[in-house]
Design a protein around this ligand. Structure first.
Ligand code: NDP
Ligand code: 8X3
Length: 252
């Protein structure tokens, strides 16, 4: 098999766009998510359209046992992945600290932090054996600057940022690259999830300016993943042109 990429959270948004772009460039894909129907459908579409191989893995990244059982039991031909994209994640709620839901905090920390750690730990032996690999963590501008009512989500993405830095240090002896991509506002299903299905509120997040789109992050991920072996982009923050930092936008 040619190149293999494992992408978590491939049923929607960034993960799906990354899967499509790598498939067009003939990479074989291990795609994960909880929504089995969407995942299987996407795998089948990308196989037919691009003549590649795919492996759908259905698990919740919060479920430590499921993550390890799934990744440890992939068929042998897949046990040499070149790139892992830790993308699965979410925000829930946008309330001040005193009003925010503890359940939401726990879900965000379990998904964005522990989930990222579990998947990476499960996939790492394959990269360590081959003494090469590339881990690309999708962080957030929320992991660089805290914003009003961002409390739990910002904490989870700051932790993800720390993990990217820690991995880059600890995996250096194994010649594994670690890149953190920190996007600003991007129109995906992210806000629909954050506002718990309230599509009007979700839509309002992107009103009055042109946000990033999933394809923008896919292009950047592809660029980072296809640089020469001796080059590693450690991290980058990317916003739409209308966004200056985690809080400041210019709107029409
Ligand atoms: P989407 O909601 O469109 O996609 C999120 C993906 O993550 C889905 O495929 C979902 O799959 C998966 N996912 C969520 N929770 C879990 C879980 N517990 N177990 C397994 N998979 C899970 O959002 P985005 O594409 O925008 O988000 C992708 C990443 O980018 C996230 O980490 C997010 O925090 C980050 N980000 C997003 C920004 C934005 O403005 N959109 C900006 C900066 C960063 P399923 O539901 O099938 O499990
Ligand atoms: C998503 C971008 O600004 O909503 O990580 O936190 S933001």
């Amino acid at each position: 098999m040619d190149k293999i990429i494992l992408i978590t959270g491939a049923t929607s948004g960034f993960g799906k766009a990354i899967a499509k772009l790598f498939a067009e460039n003939k990479w074989n894909l291990i795609l994960t998510g909880r929504r089995k129907e969407r995942l299987v459908q996407l795998c089948s579409e990308l196989e037919q359209k691009n003549g590649i191989k795919t492996l759908p893995l259905v698990f919740d990244v919060q479920d430590r046992n499921a993550v390890f059982a799934s990744i440890e039991n992939i068929p042998d031909e897949w046990k040499r992945m070149d790139v892992l994209v830790n993308n699965a994640g979410l925000a829930l709620g946008r309330e001040p600290f005193d009003k925010a839901s503890i359940d939401d905090w726990e879900t965000m920390l379990n998904t964005n932090v522990k989930g990222l750690m579990y998947v990476t730990k499960a996939a790492l032996p394959y990269m360590i054996t081959q003494q090469k690999g590339h881990i690309i963590n999708i962080g957030s501008i929320a992991g660089k600057e805290v914003y009003v009512n961002g409390n739990g989500y910002c904490a989870s993405k700051h932790a993800a940022d720390a993990l990217s830095k820690a991995m880059r240090i600890d995996l250096l002896p194994h010649k594994i690259k670690v890149t953190a991509i920190h996007p600003g506002a991007a129109e995906t299903e992210f806000s629909i999830v954050r506002f718990k299905g309230n599509e009007t509120t979700a839509k309002s997040v992107y009103e009055g300016y042109t946000p990033l789109y999933a394809e923008d992050i896919a292009n950047i991920t592809y660029y980072c993943a296809t640089l020469p072996a001796h080059v590693c982009i450690n991290e980058l923050i990317v916003t739409c042109t209308a966004q200056a930092n985690s809080a400041l936008f210019v709107k029409e």
